[in-house]
Design a protein. Structure first.
Length: 245
């Protein structure tokens, strides 16, 4: 990095300056009052410290480069795999485009409940240009749910069953426990990695098949395609049914 390089250059400069000053001091010292052994040893110790710091800086820079290379390898190895990371986005495409008014694509989203709820509600919002919730477009009552995680799929329709435009939406879950206290529901985005956008800091952006994105360092679950495509989501729709579109 530029910062590490600047640090290395400074140490190198300090080292050379120190040597020049030391040689000049020894060359021009007063023969009647030479540099004492203790002072000379102290100066050599300072020189050694500067040299060790320079070597340490180079070593850290090398480790950082190796880490970034390994992160790139790890990220690209996820192409074609399924990942799950914290997120609240859902992508839909072609809802109701079939001859019978069905069909289309809706990405699943996983919710996690810290305790059981008698009623879980999923609210879907349109997204503004800044990636924030904009307008409530649909709500779904998911009924009673037990503690733990499950994946669900929105049907891509509003509350009047009309298909909504293609694009990315934001899902928000609300729930209360048996005592009426609010429950914090966390969400995760799941999907198949199609490409990787490299980042200088090593926290690369994984682009999912439906163009949603998750950060590499945020990924908490990784599964092979063969395993995931045999699994049904909580809504009863197979993952490969929406990925095939």
């Amino acid at each position: 990095s530029l910062k590490a390089q600047a640090g290395t250059d400074r140490l190198g400069t300090d080292k050379n300056t120190f040597l020049k000053l030391l040689v000049a001091q020894l060359t021009h010292q007063d023969p009647l009052n030479p540099v004492e052994d203790k002072e000379f040893v102290a100066q050599l110790a300072q020189f050694t410290s500067v040299e060790e710091l320079q070597n340490l800086n180079k070593g850290m820079e090398s480790l950082n480069s190796a880490y970034l290379r390994q992160q790139s390898v790890n990220a690209t190895s996820l192409i074609g795999q399924y990942v799950e990371a914290p997120g609240d986005m859902i992508t839909i495409d072609g809802i109701g485009s079939g001859a019978d008014g069905t069909g289309g694509y809706s990405s699943p989203i996983t919710f996690t409940l810290p305790r059981t709820t008698p009623e879980l509600t999923m609210n879907i919002y349109s997204m503004d240009s800044e990636g924030r919730p904009n307008k409530l477009v649909a709500s779904r009552n998911l009924g009673p749910r037990n503690e733990g995680s499950a994946a669900v799929q929105w049907d891509g329709r509003d509350d009047k069953e009309a298909p909504l435009p293609n694009g990315t939406y934001i899902a928000n879950f609300t729930a209360k426990d048996a005592d009426g206290k609010d429950i914090l529901v966390t969400t995760s985005s799941s999907g198949k990695v199609s490409q990787v956008e490299m980042a200088a800091d090593g926290n690369h952006k994984l682009v999912l098949q439906d163009f949603r994105t998750v950060k590499f360092n945020d990924v908490k679950i990784i599964a092979g395609a063969a395993d995931v495509e045999k699994t049904n989501t909580d809504s009863g729709t197979a993952w490969n049914s929406w990925l095939a579109n």
